[in-house]
Design a protein around this ligand. Structure first.
Ligand code: 3AM
Length: 183
């Protein structure tokens, strides 16, 4: 079985902006810079043969590229409300991104996978919070001060399939395939 997902990798300039935001976040564990990504579809733990089917379906897709801005209305946010689970940088409204995400889900379902039906909130997770914070309001204040965060927009000309291995030291991601997006 392979734990896999599709995501956009983040170019170096935007990655550095996100690393700057990560500095000083009052949370115990940050996502390491090499793991920063924008998840499109989480496939779960699946058989290698099922992954191969999804890979073929994604390879057959013809989709245009687009630009993504990491900011959005609130720029930075927290999933989980009063019980923070993750800190993220949101992406601005982007029809190309939404269309790509929908197509990938549709193609994965067409290849026989059962996926969770969750609303797509495009984001890059900056920190995961796996135990209650001593002072969640400190995090709220910290993020409020950086509410105007915006990284320069970047062109998306491919997406990628990743394998995820969960270890004691955190997740390790390996790129398995890369899919170009056309002009
Ligand atoms: O980094 P983010 O949060 O965008 O949260 C997991 C991560 O996305 C998400 O898949 C990405 C790679 O691990 N993920 C993990 N388990 C999940 C699940 N059961 C999940 N997404 C949905 N359902």
């Amino acid at each position: 079985m392979i734990r896999a997902f599709a995501a956009l990798d983040i170019p170096q300039a935007q990655r550095m902006e996100l690393m700057i935001v990560q500095q000083g976040l009052p949370v115990p564990r940050l996502v390491p810079p090499e793991n920063l990504h924008l998840t499109l579809v989480f496939l779960g733990e699946i058989e290698e043969s099922a992954l191969e089917e999804v890979h073929l379906a994604w390879q057959a897709l013809r989709m245009p590229g687009f630009e993504v801005s990491l900011r959005g209305l609130r720029g930075l946010g927290v999933f989980g409300g009063g019980k923070p689970r993750a800190v993220y940088a949101g992406a601005a409204e982007c029809p190309g991104l939404a269309r790509l995400q929908a197509k990938l889900e549709q193609a994965a379902r067409g290849a026989g996978l059962t996926l969770e039906r969750r609303r797509f909130v495009p984001h890059v997770t900056l920190a995961r919070i796996n135990r209650p914070l001593a002072d969640p309001e400190r995090l709220e204040r910290h993020l409020a001060m950086r509410a105007d965060f915006a990284a320069p927009p970047f062109a998306v000309d491919h997406f990628a399939l990743y394998r995820s291995d969960l270890g004691a030291g955190g997740a390790r991601y390996e790129e398995l395939a890369r899919y170009p997006l056309g002009p």
